[in-house]
Design a protein around this ligand. Structure first.
Ligand SMILES: [Fe+2]
Length: 508
């Protein structure tokens, strides 16, 4: 009688193991096996992280194995199980891998195909076509669209994290409590006793120094010593978390009536401002998006304000970016002067602080929330609804969108909802952040959708694909060493584009 060896790998995350009964059936081109209980006597099967092997003898020849069916049945209380993969050694000595990487909950079952990537047109056999269709039908029932707010990208239809399909929930929900993390961050910053500073105005620039009382490293020290300087402002703009707003200025906009005379002392090439523009040395950041957005009014004791600055940046002879002119709102006029480095020290400093403040709001709400989180969720839901696990694009994408929907659901629960953290902490809270997303959605494009990183799951089993992945990883390693080498010479090393420092972002 034909005999198979079945190897079953259980996930290593918390609670991945199970004490439930696990049954296996094999569906081949020539027939189907009986249901086999996978159980080794005097052995605790399917423990967290375990890789267990079982001999399964079948009554007749099954032909080529098309599907492996796994069923979980209650032993005592339902015990969820995370199955990583199954490997089958056939009577001919061939090995076939069946990637799963899914939870089985309740009286759950899963039918797996081997890990070769297949398009719909590759499936000629009826049971494979049917398997593909059924998988999508099930997923479309689980992963439904919802419009959280009018004009927002569509999101998952779930009120809270625990309503999500188990496969896209966090392994440990605790680590992602924004409210908890916020308090913890405050504690870590040792600023509980300075909390009142966030509720009211700062009295002195010296207050700012107290924030860093517990954080001391070369970077914080350097920032502390130089944050008021134009060079540091330009450096932080270019190397900070939101350089995407900086545009090369090809023509000075009418709404910013700045002249050569005004910026003369900043220009280093003995050229007029127009000539500097033509040579590509002038850059512009326009926070027009914030124009007309309501400032946070949720706390009547704390008045909040928003500016809509336009900031002109200059690439100087040392190839550094420095600010040379700032107008704090969009319509020029006597009430809206253009601030310059030649102005009184604190006027110029305050203008720069308003630019940083506006940059924070646009970064958090548009660059970060909308263009990374919310947009990725759209791709995630579409992937689950439209692509079966055997589809090559599913195999490529699934690792990239892992936890994307979960973190967004958490954000809608605690961060951007009414009375959420945005309302408490941001000047755009209380609805301004919603208006910003709605406005930005009108000219959203397919840019900024690049992901990088590493995941251990291997959904592909073909040799050429594995080789391509190995090559790509090697390329990433090369980038890591180039960055490491470059950093050796830097007084302020920066790693944020280094692939090894980008967690949860690259699968292959
Ligand atoms: Fe994020």
């Amino acid at each position: 009688m034909p005999s198979y060896t079945v190897t079953v790998a259980t996930g290593s995350q918390w609670f991945a193991g199970t004490d439930d009964y696990i049954y296996l059936s094999l569906l081949g081109s020539a027939g189907c096996s009986e249901k086999h209980l996978l159980d080794k006597p005097f052995y605790n099967d399917f423990e967290r992280g375990a890789v267990d092997s079982y001999d399964v003898t079948v009554d007749e020849e099954l032909g080529e194995i098309q599907l492996v069916k796994i069923e979980k049945r209650k032993y005592w209380l339902h015990d969820d199980w995370y199955l990583k993969y199954i490997t089958l050694k056939t009577p001919h000595g061939d090995y076939i891998e069946f990637p799963c990487y899914r939870w089985l909950t309740g009286d759950g079952e899963v039918v797996l195909r081997d890990g070769r990537a297949k398009l719909a047109r590759d499936d000629q056999i009826h049971i494979l076509k049917q398997h593909r269709r059924k998988e999508l039908e099930t997923r479309q029932k689980q992963y439904r669209w919802m419009e959280w707010n009018p004009g927002f990208p569509l999101s998952i239809d779930a009120k809270c994290h625990k309503d999500l399909p188990r496969d896209i929930q966090f392994d440990s929900e605790k680590g992602v409590d924004f409210v908890l993390n916020y308090s913890k961050a405050m504690e870590n910053l040792f600023i509980n006793r300075f909390m009142h500073m966030f509720q009211s105005s700062w009295n002195d620039f010296a207050d700012f120094e107290k924030i860093f009382v517990k954080i001391s490293n070369t970077i914080s020290e350097r920032v502390m010593n130089h944050w008021q300087e134009d060079l540091m402002f330009g450096y932080q703009f270019l190397n900070g978390c939101n350089p995407v707003l900086i545009r090369r200025c090809t023509e000075l906009p009418e709404k910013l009536p700045v002249t050569t005379e005004m910026v003369e002392c900043s220009l280093e090439r003995q050229l007029s401002l127009e000539q500097e523009v033509q040579q590509g040395n002038i850059f512009i950041v326009d926070f027009e998006l914030l124009d007309g957005i309501d400032a946070n009014k949720t706390d009547p004791c704390t008045l909040q304000f928003l500016a809509t600055p336009i900031c002109l940046l200059y690439k100087n002879l040392a190839n550094k970016i420095v600010p040379i002119a700032i107008q704090l709102s969009q319509i020029p006029g006597d009430e809206n002067p253009i601030f310059l480095p030649s102005d009184a020290k604190y006027d110029w400093l305050l203008a720069k602080i308003w630019v940083r403040s506006s940059d924070f709001h646009v970064h958090q709400t548009i660059t970060h929330l909308l263009r990374t989180h919310l947009v990725s969720e759209v791709f995630g839901i579409a992937m689950y609804r439209q692509l079966p696990a055997v589809h090559p694009i599913f195999k490529l994408l699934v690792a990239h969108v892992r936890f994307t929907i979960a973190i967004n659901t958490k954000a809608r629960e605690q961060l951007i909802c009414e009375c959420g953290l945005f309302d408490k902490a941001n000047a755009t809270g209380g609805g301004g952040h919603v208006q910003m997303v709605q406005r930005a959605m009108k000219d959203l494009t397919y840019t900024s959708l690049l992901f990088l990183g590493m995941y251990p799951e291997e959904h592909f089993i073909e040799k050429p694909v594995k080789e391509a992945m190995a090559r790509f990883r090697k390329n990433l390693e090369a980038i890591v060493s180039v960055i490491a080498e470059r950093n050796k010479k830097k007084q302020l090393p920066y790693y944020y584009l280094s692939p090894d420092r980008i967690p949860n972002s690259v699968a292959i």
